[in-house]
Design a protein around this ligand. Structure first.
Ligand code: NZQ
Ligand code: ZN
Length: 398
């Protein structure tokens, strides 16, 4: 087993009505004047923002509100939030929403006390600012895992560039997880979220050969099997509380590094997807399922036994040789993605409302240029992908 440091400092309050605790959680973490940050309409329409504000009031905490975060959250909204935090002397940011709102809250928390543009931390121009406001999260969508993660992903409208930044300092101090809050989700978002949770676990699973841990692998298999079984329950009964609860907890554990205690993982599918959602504004989880089958078929010969282990651990596929088992495992995962209504090719992303895809050699070259940072970085662990490989995968995924 490789050496590691594990730290999951986020306090989790889980269950029905958990958002009633926001006031005391904010106070515990030193909040006296809070920015409550949310998205387009769902958190307002469900009354969640009102309940959070009441809980803060009851705890004697002042607050400001800022809504309007869109999926694939934009830099301009982050800059609005930073201006408010500075002007109103905010000392904590609480996100009420999915990954986009939480990521936007993290960026605001990092930018408020920074002496340079916040985008510098995402573009790699500067090391992340460690002097962040504390962040809290009230989750409404099980997907990105941002409620316990140290990452934030922001899109700069200037060039449609989507970039992630890792910073321990804005990992949420607390995460409020009430599965009931996910009941209002459209099915597309529920299942895109489920795909993202599985992908966070698979990305970490695909390490270089030899970097494995039996315990960590078993946790990963169990997590993916639980999510698949719960997804099948939700296909029949979207209102099943227990299935939503399993998925919500799995979402947090899939991205708080618990399933990554061996090495950094592969992450090529995520990086290739970020360029797609940056360019076409597709839903992140759906972008992942559109790319993963092509990625898997492109790289699996570089580590056939690892793919065979996944097939056995998740789908119980065994008996044939490793190569056949590996191929069957990829097919089984692809079929599951299709079963939950997710696209398994890029062209099928046009099923998403409001998405209009352009395709051709120029688009493929542009996606690979961005994903490879102009040819300056490779992606992946199973197989190192050069810019030409990235182009090939985008083409095969179409
Ligand atoms: O704006 P509202 O009206 O709230 O609608 C949102 C949004 O349109 C809606 N929604 C959320 N909760 C709802 C709801 N609608 C009804 N009822 C509810 N309870 O869902 C839509 C999508 O929300 P969004 O926050 O964008 O989804 P998700 O949680 O999947 O987050 C995606 C973002 O997270 C990034 C992705 O790249 C993407 O930008 N990621 C962040 C990571 C991290 N910080 O660790 C890791 C991930 O791999 C990912 O890259
Ligand atoms: Zn993801």
């Amino acid at each position: 087993m490789t050496d590691f440091i594990y730290s999951a400092p986020t306090k989790v309050v889980f269950g029905r009505g958990a958002e009633e605790h926001v006031g005391e959680l904010a106070r515990e973490n030193g909040g006296t004047n809070v920015l409550v940050h949310f998205g387009g309409k769902s958190a307002l329409a469900s009354g969640l923002v009102g309940r959070i504000c009441r809980s803060l009031e009851n705890a004697g905490i002042k607050f400001e509100t800022l809504g309007g975060v869109v999926p694939n959250p934009r830099l301009s909204k982050v800059e609005d939030g930073i201006a408010i935090c500075r002007e109103k002397e905010i000392d904590m940011v609480i996100a009420a929403g999915g990954g986009s709102v939480i990521d936007s809250a993290k960026a605001i928390a990092m930018g408020t006390r920074a002496d340079r543009p916040v985008w510098d931390f995402y573009s790699g121009k500067a090391e992340p600012n460690r002097d962040c406001l504390p962040v809290g999260a009230v989750l409404t969508l099980a997907a990105a895992g941002s409620e316990m993660s140290s990452s934030s992903v922001i899109t700069n409208e200037d060039g449609d560039i989507k970039r992630g930044c890792n910073n321990e300092s804005y990992r949420p101090k607390f995460a409020v997880l009430n599965p009931e809050l996910t009941m209002t989700l459209p099915s597309w978002q529920t299942f895109s979220g489920i795909a993202d949770i599985i992908m966070h676990t698979m990305e970490r699973f695909f390490t270089k050969s030899g970097d494995h841990s039996m315990l960590t692998d078993s946790i990963a298999f169990s997590l993916i099997r639980t999510v698949i079984a719960s997804a099948r329950i939700l296909l029949k009964n979207p209102g099943d509380y227990d299935a939503r609860a399993e998925i919500m907890w799995a979402g947090s554990l899939s991205h708080n590094d618990l399933t990554g205690m061996r090495s950094n993982g592969d992450w090529a599918t995520h990086q290739l997807e970020h360029e797609l959602s940056g360019m076409f504004d597709v839903t992140h989880g759906a972008g992942l399922t559109a790319i993963w089958p092509a990625w898997a078929r492109y790289v699996f010969t570089s580590d056939i036994s690892r793919f065979a282990e996944l097939a056995g651990g998740v789908f119980g596929i065994s008996g044939a040789g490793d190569r056949e088992n590996a191929v069957s495992g990829i097919e089984a995962m692809e079929s599951f993605f299709a079963e939950i209504g997710m696209p398994t090719r890029i062209r099928d992303l046009s099923r998403q409302e409001g998405v209009s895809l352009k395709w051709g050699d120029y688009v493929v070259a542009e996606l690979a240029r961005k994903a490879s940072f102009d040819g300056k970085r490779t992606l992946g662990a199973v197989r190192k992908l050069e810019r030409a490989d990235m182009e090939n995968i985008y083409r095969k995924a179409w």
